[in-house]
Design a protein around this ligand. Structure first.
Ligand SMILES: [Zn+2]
Length: 270
C-alpha cells in the first residue's frame, strides 16, 4: 500500500445525499457515495493512516461567520416553500436544504478541526467546496460557502493569521474571492476556465484584491482545451512560490474535479 505523509481523515456521511437539487440537475450527490464505495472496494479505506469521520451540523453562529442574517432567513423561508430558485435558475430551493447545507459546512469545519487538534495531517471533506455562495446569495449550485466559513472559523476560534485557499475547480471561486477580497489574512488562489468561456464569467488576472487585501487574490484563467501538461505547468509555476512567500499556517484546497476532460459542463480537458 502507498505510504502517506501523515494521517488522513475522510469526512463523509450518506446524509450528504440530501443535498439533492433535483433529478435532472447536473450536480449529483450520488457521485460522493459512488466514490467512497469505490475507495472501499479497492481497499483505500483499510489504509492504516486513513480515518473515516462523520460530519457534524454547522451552527447558526458558524454560518453567520460569512452569511448575512437576511440571507440565512431567506434560505429558511425558501426551505419551507421547497420550490423556486435561490438564484436566477441554477440553484433550486428544496425542502431540507438548510440542514443539508449546514451538514456540508460542518463537515468542512470538522475536517479543519481534525488538523488543528493534531489528529491528522490532511483531511478531506468530500461533500465540500461550495465556492460560488457569497455573503448574501446562493449561486451556481452552492447555498452556503463551506470553504469561506471554515477559513473564518479558523481565524476566530484558533487565531490563524495566514490562511491560503487554493481552488482548482474548473469554475472561478467567485464567492470565496468576494468574501476575502479586502482581507490579507486569507490568500485566495483560483485556477479555472477563462471567464469569457465559462460561468461565472469572472476571475480575470486583474482581480488582485482591494485595499489591504490588494495582492492577496490570485486568478489564473485558463483557455478551453488547456489539457493536462499546460495545466500542471501553470500550477507548478504559480503555487509553490506563493506558498513559500506567504507561508500559510494552513492550506484549504477546493478540489472540484470538473476540469476532467469528460465533464459535461466544462472544456478545460485535463
Ligand atoms: Zn465547478
Amino acid at each position: 500500500m502507498l505510504p502517506l505523509t501523515g494521517k488522513v481523515a475522510l469526512v463523509y456521511s450518506d446524509e450528504y445525499l440530501k443535498y439533492f437539487l433535483g433529478k435532472s440537475h447536473p450536480l449529483r450527490p450520488q457521485r460522493l457515495k459512488l466514490t467512497v464505495e469505490l475507495m472501499r472496494e479497492i481497499g483505500l479505506l483499510d489504509h492504516p493512516d486513513l480515518v473515516l469521520v462523520e460530519p457534524r451540523m454547522a451552527s447558526l453562529d458558524e454560518l453567520k461567520l460569512v452569511h448575512s442574517d437576511a440571507y440565512l432567513q431567506r434560505v429558511k423561508e425558501m426551505d419551507k416553500l421547497g420550490r423556486g430558485y435561490l438564484d436566477y435558475g441554477d440553484t433550486p430551493a428544496f425542502r431540507g436544504m438548510f440542514e443539508a447545507s449546514s451538514l456540508i459546512v460542518g463537515g468542512s469545519i470538522k475536517a479543519a478541526e481534525l488538523i488543528v487538534s493534531g489528529r491528522v495531517l490532511h483531511s478531506f471533506n468530500i461533500g465540500g467546496g461550495l465556492h460560488h455562495a457569497a455573503r448574501d446569495r446562493a449561486a451556481g449550485f452552492c447555498i452556503f460557502n463551506d470553504v469561506a466559513i471554515t477559513a473564518r472559523y479558523l481565524q476566530k476560534k484558533h487565531g490563524f493569521k495566514r490562511i491560503m485557499i487554493i481552488d482548482i475547480d474548473c469554475h472561478h471561486a467567485d464567492g470565496t474571492q468576494e468574501v476575502f477580497y479586502s482581507d490579507p489574512s486569507v490568500l485566495t488562489v483560483s485556477f479555472h476556465e477563462d471567464g469569457r468561456f465559462l460561468y461565472p464569467g469572472s476571475g480575470f488576472i486583474e482581480e488582485v484584491g482591494a485595499g489591504e487585501g490588494r495582492g492577496y487574490s490570485v486568478n489564473v484563467p485558463l483557455p478551453p482545451y488547456t489539457f493536462t501538461e499546460a495545466y500542471l505547468y501553470a500550477y507548478k509555476e504559480i503555487v509553490p512560490p506563493l506558498v513559500e512567500s506567504y507561508k500559510p499556517e494552513i492550506i484549504i484546497q477546493q478540489c472540484g474535479v470538473d476540469t476532467h476532460f469528460r465533464d459535461p459542463l466544462t472544456t478545460e480537458a485535463v
